[in-house]
Ligand binder design. Structure first.
Ligand code: SF4
Ligand code: SF4
Length: 423
């Protein structure tokens, strides 16, 4: 059984994008009349629901489906629940979505609910999971995880995005406040912060170890940060949390600082939006805003057969609807015109070896891909290192035969998890 730790021999020179030195305020998208909230819980026809269509909700109100539900969402607006229905993601995983019809009169102003936030991680987890940046409070509050290091990332993980670099440039003082909050509410002893080496941050940072990350993709992926700066090689199939290390975005830390200062939650998410001509726009939108509202603000026409990608060009996934809502962890949205979408092929691998050459995990992708195409996921993991893949997408980017390798890998890992859970 191969369990290959990754260590880079070569990397292609794909550079991360950097924001302008003195970035302007993002364009503010007005709160729409209907917001769509995703809730990681399932509708149970036998359960006694806590919420139903027609219910009034307050701005900042926590919403659970059932009394014993562990997952919640928070309404960014005052209004009325219009729809509660089942949502399916691109792998067929189901959860629930709520449509909230906004009451503009009640939503405007500073009428959000205030929370009894205490200086404990359980209290933060009780209210703040859905903040912009999606702070990993559930992980930090889990006593089984034994987190001893928090790494705050000011670099964007995918190409074209400048969301977190913008936050680092504009709000470093609040990032430092957020680090102090984390020091108060968690027992974590080590704090690190990554800053891209070409980003000029004027503030002194003394509250965390500073790692300057390379400008070359995929240096900002957690596995690469672990290896390059903490000298830790993540074993195949493990997550950073399994090693006691928790990653948190700059935006999540800023949101946490604001929540502790105001005792309420903010719902304004910063996003990088890339239009069809490749023009980048920076946007602030309320969590739950349908993407079409953002496209309208920039006159971006998303037509049939165009592609909307959530995330960057290397790791993003396509959504099939312009109604897809802004999510707490959504940093980038790309709209591709149908004429600019690189066609994937059904061609077989030609053994050119380009994918192996770029792979930071040195996986024999030319063979792995054959097992994935055949649905032999256990063999793909045991014999060809599927679980060592760090999901950088470089193999698909360079593939001569235009095989959708990255999609095969994501699907393969997903199916393998299901198989192992069933077993
Ligand atoms: S996505 Fe492809 S190139 Fe990147 S680590 Fe996985 S197999 Fe290697
Ligand atoms: S890059 Fe594509 S065609 Fe070339 S070896 Fe890898 S999978 Fe095969």
């Amino acid at each position: 059984m191969i369990k290959r730790p990754f260590f880079a021999l070569t990397r292609p020179k794909l550079g991360y994008d950097i924001p302008e030195p003195d970035p302007k305020e993002p364009k503010l998208i007005p709160v729409p009349s209907n917001l769509i909230l995703l809730l990681h819980d399932l509708i149970d026809s036998a359960g006694e629901p806590l919420i139903k269509t027609g219910d009034k909700v307050e701005k900042g109100e926590k919403l659970y489906l059932y009394k014993d539900s562990e997952e919640y969402t928070v309404s960014p607006v005052a209004g009325t629940i219009k729809v509660i229905d089942t949502y399916s993601d691109d792998f067929g995983n189901t959860s629930t979505y709520l449509v909230i019809n906004t009451d503009p009169g009640l939503t405007a102003g500073t009428d959000a609910l205030r929370y009894e936030l205490k200086d404990t991680i359980t209290s933060a987890d009780e209210y703040l999971r859905t903040l912009p940046g999606a702070p990993p409070l559930k992980t930090l509050a889990d006593p089984g995880m034994k987190i001893n290091t928090i790494v705050i990332t000011c670099g964007d993980t995918d190409l074209l995005s400048t969301t977190h670099q913008y936050i680092a440039l504009r709000f470093m003082d609040e990032i430092k406040e957020g680090i102090q909050v984390l020091k108060r509410i968690t027992p974590v002893s080590r704090f690190c912060i990554t800053i891209p080496e070409n980003l000029t941050i004027k503030a002194d940072i003394t509250t965390a170890e500073v790692f300057r990350t390379s400008t070359i993709y995929p240096s900002n992926l957690p596995q690469m940060i672990l290896k390059d700066h903490l000298n830790i090689v993540l074993p195949a199939g493990k997550k950073p949390e399994d090693m006691g290390i928790c990653f948190m975005t700059a935006e999540a830390v800023v949101s946490l600082a604001r929540a502790y200062k105001t005792k309420t939650v903010c719902h304004e998410k910063v996003l990088t939006v890339i239009g069809k001509q490749g023009t980048p726009y920076r946007v602030t939108a309320t969590i739950g805003t349908p993407l079409r509202r953002i496209f309208n603000a920039f006159s971006i026409q998303a037509n049939e057969q165009d592609r909307i990608v959530i995330g960057g060009p290397m790791k993003g996934f396509a959504t099939y609807t312009i109604h897809h809502p802004v999510q707490p962890d959504m940093d980038t949205v790309i709209v591709q015109d149908k004429t600019n979408i690189a066609e994937l092929s059904g061609n077989p691998c030609v053994n050119c070896g380009k994918c192996i050459h770029v792979c930071p995990a040195q996986i024999p992708i030319n063979i792995l891909v054959r097992y994935l195409e055949a649905g032999l996921y256990e063999d793909a993991a045991d014999r060809y290192d599927l679980l060592s893949c760090i999901e950088c997408g470089l193999c698909a980017y360079v593939c001569t035969a235009r095989i959708p390798i990255y999609q095969y890998i994501r699907l393969g890992k997903h199916e393998l998890l299901k198989l192992r859970a069933d077993a």
